[in-house]
Ligand binder design. Structure first.
Ligand SMILES: O=C(O)[C@H]1O[C@H](OP(=O)(O)OP(=O)(O)OC[C@H]2O[C@@H](n3ccc(=O)[nH]c3=O)[C@H](O)[C@@H]2O)[C@H](O)[C@@H](O)[C@@H]1O
Length: 437
């Protein structure tokens, strides 16, 4: 009972305790002494933080320094010359053309989509933070490619609120193609915060600006086949369960789909998520298996080929970049207008999600056989058990919904697509004498 009383005497909020007994007066004096002591400690801490030498911040953890590197990489912007470049890049040159902000424009899919849009006369402005998740010189080369095609890439991060506001003030984009993301399934175990930074915080920041814009743009964005996670029903259909992600990467993409639902529901933003299935091709990503297998086979280095339990096949529904680009353009062209304005919803808006795959999974060992044939070099194969780092054993897209609604119809098989990739790889790295990292 007495212990109960003691618990009752503990104030729920500091400062609400008003007992006046001697015992409590004594305690009060003691508390004043303690308070004075802790005030000094607190002031001391403020002093230390305030006058800390700048060099000490460089000793922060790799993850936090990585985050600051990503978000502070924004180069100077603003000014009439900057605005002029953006407006020129955003200029629509065809009848019924659209003006698109492409985030992640120096990325693999971003470069291809930007140049396809520009080719058909749409206005395109790119945005990219040029982070060093993989060799930034490849991103710079893609940037040059786009510059020559008349696409300007603004250097900045999707988390940079000031930059986004400025951009959306300069151009009234009819569409946003949101491809900026922290990609890669296995890297999520090394640098988890980079996935939260780009795929969650960055997405929310972008949607905040889109929702406030007047008129609001329609948004098409990159989700991933990895959202199917441990789903065993094949082929994967959009209505299948996606609540068992096998990696943090997949979890952030799934979170993105839920965030899209919220912004559609509250603010009337038109949102279309595209679940890409292992996209490959020229100007691809060096962190992907087909790319570093090519590099390592040519270098005579051994490559790890994963297999499931009991020698189970590991396979992917590899999808060629040109097919993906057609799917992206189809999604942009069929996107309905957002219904809100200035942050207020006016009526229900479109919310879609589509699989963009190839519908024919290929075992990873077959991918290697095709590469050996194209490179005319025998691979040093090291077969090993699929590591428990987020990889799933099998992906296979059902694309009937995208076929019906976007006119999406992939036409490139892995053999044909890899031939084009290898041709590009050899001309870029071997003939171009660049070192593949
Ligand atoms: O489609 C998707 O959703 C995802 O496709 C790829 O992810 P993944 O399919 O794992 O592509 P890779 O990393 O290139 O792996 C391809 C296959 O090779 C296997 N692999 C990978 C690495 C390795 O050393 N050995 C190996 O056998 C993987 O298990 C996988 O089956 C991308 O990296 C993701 O960004 C994208 O979201």
């Amino acid at each position: 009972m007495s212990s109960m009383k003691h618990i009752d005497n503990i104030p729920s909020t500091p400062g609400k305790f008003k007992e006046k007994s001697n015992y409590h007066r004594l305690r009060l004096n003691f508390s004043v002494a303690k308070l004075t002591f802790w005030s000094f400690v607190f002031l001391g801490l403020i002093f230390v933080c305030f006058f800390r030498s700048p060099s000490s911040s460089s000793s922060s953890s790799p993850a936090s320094s990585d985050l600051s590197r990503r978000s502070l990489r924004t180069s100077s912007y603003d000014g009439p010359a900057w605005e002029k470049r953006i407006k020129a890049s955003a200029k629509i040159r065809s009848r019924n053309g659209i003006s698109v902000l492409v985030t992640g424009a120096a990325g693999f899919v971003g470069t291809h989509v930007s140049s396809a849009l520009k080719r058909r006369g749409d206005g395109v402005v790119g945005l990219d933070n040029f982070n060093d998740y993989y060799d930034p010189s490849l991103k710079r080369a893609r940037q040059t490619l786009l510059e020559n095609a008349g696409v300007y890439i603004v250097e900045g991060d999707i988390n940079d609120a000031t930059l986004l506001k400025k951009l959306l003030d300069v151009v009234q984009f009819s569409h946003v193609m949101h491809l900026a993301a922290q990609a890669g399934v296995r890297y999520a175990m090394e640098n988890p915060s980079s996935y939260v930074h780009s795929n969650i915080a960055g997405l929310v920041n972008l949607l905040e600006f889109c929702k406030n814009a007047n008129p609001q743009p329609s948004i098409v964005w990159a989700s991933s086949s990895s959202v199917y996670g441990l789903n065993t029903k094949v082929p994967f259909s959009e209505s299948d369960r996606t609540d068992q992600p096998a990696s943090l990467y997949a979890a952030t993409k799934k979170a993105g789909e839920e965030i899209a639902h919220t912004y559609n529901h509250i603010y009337g933003l038109s949102l279309t998520g595209l679940r890409f299935f292992t996209v490959y091709g020229p100007w691809g990503r060096p962190d992907m298996a087909y790319f570093f297998f090519t590099r390592d086979i040519l270098k005579g280095k051994s490559i790890s080929i994963f297999e499931g339990a009991n020698h189970g096949t590991v396979a992917r529904d590899f999808t060629y970049i040109d097919d993906i680009v057609k799917g992206c353009l189809g999604a942009l062209d069929t996107a309905e207008k957002s219904t809100g304005s200035g942050g207020k919803k006016k009526g229900p808006a479109q919310l879609r999600v589509f699989n963009l795959g190839n519908t024919s999974p290929v075992p990873v060992s077959d991918l290697v056989t095709i590469l050996e044939r194209l490179l005319k070099v025998k691979a040093k194969r090291a077969v090993m058990k699929l590591p428990r780092n987020g990889d799933v054993q099998f992906t296979h897209a059902n694309i009937s919904v995208a076929q019906r609604e976007l006119g999406y119809k992939p036409t490139t098989d892995l053999q044909t697509g890899l031939k084009k990739f290898v041709r590009w790889y050899l001309s870029y790295y071997v003939d171009g004498k660049k070192s593949a990292q």
